[in-house]
Design a protein. Structure first.
Length: 195
């Protein structure tokens, strides 16, 4: 099934804008910017939404929940319900601590893996959505509290690496949207050959 709704996971507010936990928002914002799309506030659905007219007869909704990460599923359920979009046509873009910074992975199954935003999606939508996971790992220092780590800023070196990889992350997301999860998995989940 083709993707009709893409949710970027993150927290609203300036203090969260550039944190690791907002990687999903940052990639979705970059995609919208590349496409020249405008965000519209939808108060009933507690989200900012941009419509991407992909082909004649097919539009994709880009969604940024304004509910805070832990309640993301509530906003996505409201948007998907209003537009009658099934869970199999939804893709979620979010940070993943188990993947190294600069890498991406696509999957369609699994647990929340300790990610409260994904847990909220599973609680409100059920399983079956495509996951576009953006590496923010490894956690450093290892003893740092998980919440403190994901809500902190990248170091300057990490920010540079994230920024350098942003166009590639956007291209990967377009592969998910335009060609589906299977093709995206084949292309994006392979480890690059060593130089």
């Amino acid at each position: 099934m083709s993707i009709s709704l893409v949710v970027g996971m993150g927290n609203p507010g300036r203090e969260y804008a550039s944190t690791r936990h907002n990687a999903g928002w940052l990639v979705l914002d970059a995609l919208a910017r590349d496409l020249g799309l405008a965000w519209q506030m939808s108060r009933p659905q507690e989200a900012e939404i941009a419509r991407w007219p992909l082909t004649p007869g097919r539009s994709v909704l880009l969604v940024k929940p304004l509910t805070f990460m832990n309640e993301s599923g509530r906003a996505v359920q409201a948007v998907a319900g209003f537009h009658k979009i099934p869970v199999a046509a939804i893709a979620a873009v979010y940070d993943d601590l188990t993947i190294e910074l600069g890498r991406r992975k696509v999957s369609v199954a699994g647990s929340a893996g300790g990610h409260n935003g994904v847990a909220s999606l599973l609680a409100h939508l059920g399983p079956g959505f495509t996951r576009y996971r953006l590496g923010i790992g490894p956690k450093s220092p290892p003893e740092m509290d998980l919440k403190d780590f994901v809500l902190s800023l990248f170091t300057s070196e990490q920010q540079t690496l994230f920024d350098q990889n942003l166009p590639t992350a956007v291209t990967g997301l377009r592969t998910v949207i335009e060609h589906g999860a299977d093709q995206a998995m084949n292309q994006l989940n392979r480890r690059p050959d060593p130089p």
